[in-house]
Design a protein around this ligand. Structure first.
Ligand code: ADE
Length: 232
């Protein structure tokens, strides 16, 4: 572990632990995992079913399709995980949750221990959500087949903000969603590609003018594509 970085620990409760680290093993995030900037503790919910691994879920009361993960399974798993850690944020990933944004990601990065519960099938018993005062979060207004991919998305965007993961904090300052703005367009060589030229100003070497141009573009793009953000 690098001396300047704190260790960020994540516990994942899932029926599919083999899905992890999956994409989190690659790029900057994968490198940070190898460097122990963050760590992953996988908890297989099937290990906590009281009548064998096949009894993790059951039919919903009141009828309807699908199977619901039982309260006792999640409760048993959470009791074990929380025994070892004092402070944590417990998050249940669900399309019914509050939508995550970059501000929320920045808050989560400040926590030392995250517990992410990934649902599957038609959901989990409501009572365990209430009993453990879980924070319900969604990654967007669309339905995934389970919370695992949502958890990976959340983690990826948190981990890149951990100190020592992205090379320069300057990179983070200019990126999309800082100040509720989308990022300006970027270009690299060649300066003329299929007759499309890089905006002259970017070749000028005038840093002040470039900065002004980028700000202007950020405003234009945000107003056009994300009027909801622009209003803020
Ligand atoms: N599980 C299924 N869909 C989801 C979503 N959109 N966000 C978070 N968790 C989910």
């Amino acid at each position: 572990m690098k001396s300047t970085t704190k260790h960020w620990s994540v516990n994942i409760l899932t029926l599919f632990p083999e899905m992890f680290p999956g994409p989190l093993n690659f790029s900057l995030v994968g490198k940070a995992l190898k460097e122990k900037i963050w760590s992953l503790n996988l908890v297989d919910l099937r290990d906590f079913a009281e009548n064998g691994p096949k009894s993790v879920d059951d039919k919903p009361y009141g009828g309807g399709p699908g199977m619901i993960i039982k309260s006792e399974v999640i409760d048993n798993a959470l009791k074990k995980v929380t025994k070892k850690i004092k402070q944590y944020s417990l998050i249940y990933l669900t399309p019914k949750g509050k939508k995550i944004n970059q501000k929320k990601i920045k808050e989560l990065v400040k926590k030392d221990n995250l517990i992410l519960l990934c649902g599957k099938y038609e959901g989990i018993d409501q009572r365990v959500i209430e009993n453990w005062s879980m924070e319900e979060l969604s990654i967007g207004d669309f339905v995934l087949s389970g919370g695992e991919i949502a958890a990976m998305s959340l983690l990826d965007s948190c981990i890149r903000l951990l100190p020592g993961v992205v090379g320069s904090s300057e990179t983070l300052k200019h990126e999309t969603f800082e100040n509720n703005l989308l990022e300006y367009p970027q270009y690299t060589k060649p300066s003329n590609w299929k007759g499309r030229k890089v905006p002259e100003i970017l070749l000028s070497g005038n840093h002040q003018k470039i900065e002004e141009w980028r700000k202007k573009k950020s405003f234009e793009i945000t107003k056009l594509k994300r009027p909801d953000l622009f209003k803020k």
